[in-house]
Design a protein. Structure first.
Length: 316
């Protein structure tokens, strides 16, 4: 007589494989190979590819790649919607459990958004709900003053968060500052560091390449984005430029170039995002900045991931 497996045994036979790593390392191709091997769809864990209005600048998989394997959380939401890692945690968990219940034993997730991956794997603490009016004001300041001004304010209100979050990420700084101002308490005081238990196995695979190879891939990808029409895509999103989703490398630099060309800023009135940067006076300068800022972003991603001893690293 065939015995039924216990619920616990069935649950732990379920595995989620997360393919992560810095931008342009090759996660899309690798995850497609892995998904085909396990007859799995791909669950995207990218905080920008989720937006339907953003395609070229977020390096959304090509039509051919999307047709090879079913993808979730690609172009599934609008930039007009306030979307957070907390929402992603809930929606992704619901999807994962449904796919397991449908018969999948192994699922593949691909992403470069560390905060979203952490939310899915470990769960988030119960932070206060967003104050949309305050956030809008902080996002306006981020756009007009740059992240440096907000960073200094956060350093005064919450030195612990200033020392631990990615302070180059304007959206992270805005969220931490928003909680500090709204509650009168440090953002860090809401962190309990209590991990939530998931009822499936998680395997994390990190992809790397030699630095010079990765940086060359980044530089070439930016040029490809320009050839594919990044400038027109950014122009089509001008109405949304103050939203959190658009505070993204590849979009900010083109908007800055538009501002200079159209006379909204001058060299004398320029407020640099990075000390030493002058106004973006040409498309060539915008491209240089996108390449540089993307390289810096990749470096921060790697630094973020290196703290996680559960990641098995593969150089490809």
């Amino acid at each position: 007589m065939r015995l039924k497996r216990s619920t616990e045994t069935m649950t732990m036979s379920r595995k989620l494989i997360i393919i992560l790593g810095p931008t342009a390392v090759g996660k899309t191709d690798y995850s497609i190979e892995m998904a085909l091997k396990h007859e799995s769809p791909i669950i995207s864990c990218d905080s920008r590819q989720i937006y339907k209005e953003m395609t070229i600048g977020t390096a959304v998989p090509s039509a051919e790649q999307l047709s090879a394997v079913q993808h979730y959380f690609i172009h599934s939401h609008s930039v007009e919607q306030l979307y957070t890692a907390g929402k992603y945690e809930l929606e992704a968990l619901e999807l994962i459990n449904r796919l397991f219940d449908e018969g999948h034993e192994t699922l593949v997730m691909a992403g470069g958004s560390g905060f979203y991956v952490d939310a899915l794997v470990n769960g988030l603490d119960d932070f206060p709900a967003a104050d949309l009016q305050l956030r809008e004001e902080l996002m306006r300041r981020l756009s007009e003053e740059g992240v440096e001004s907000l960073r200094l304010e956060l350093q005064k209100l919450d030195p612990e968060s200033y020392a631990t979050i990615d302070i180059a990420n304007g959206q992270r700084v805005v969220r931490a500052l928003e909680v500090c101002i709204m509650t009168g308490k440090p953002f860090s005081s809401f962190k309990t560091n209590q991990l939530k238990k998931r009822d499936f196995e998680i395997e994390k695979i990190g992809l790397t390449r030699p630095r010079e190879v990765l940086y060359d891939r980044i530089n070439r990808r930016v040029l490809q984005m320009i050839d594919e029409g990044l400038v027109d895509e950014v122009r089509s999103l001008t109405h949304y430029r103050d939203l959190a989703a658009l505070q993204t490398v590849g979009y900010k630099e083109i908007f800055d170039w538009f501002d200079f060309v159209e006379g909204r800023v001058t060299a004398e009135g320029w407020t640099p995002t990075t000390p030493g940067d002058g106004p973006v006076t040409s498309l060539d300068r915008a491209i240089e900045l996108i390449q540089r800022n993307t390289r810096h972003y990749a470096k921060r991603q790697l630094s973020y991931w290196k703290r996680d001893n559960d990641i098995r690293w593969l150089e490809i």
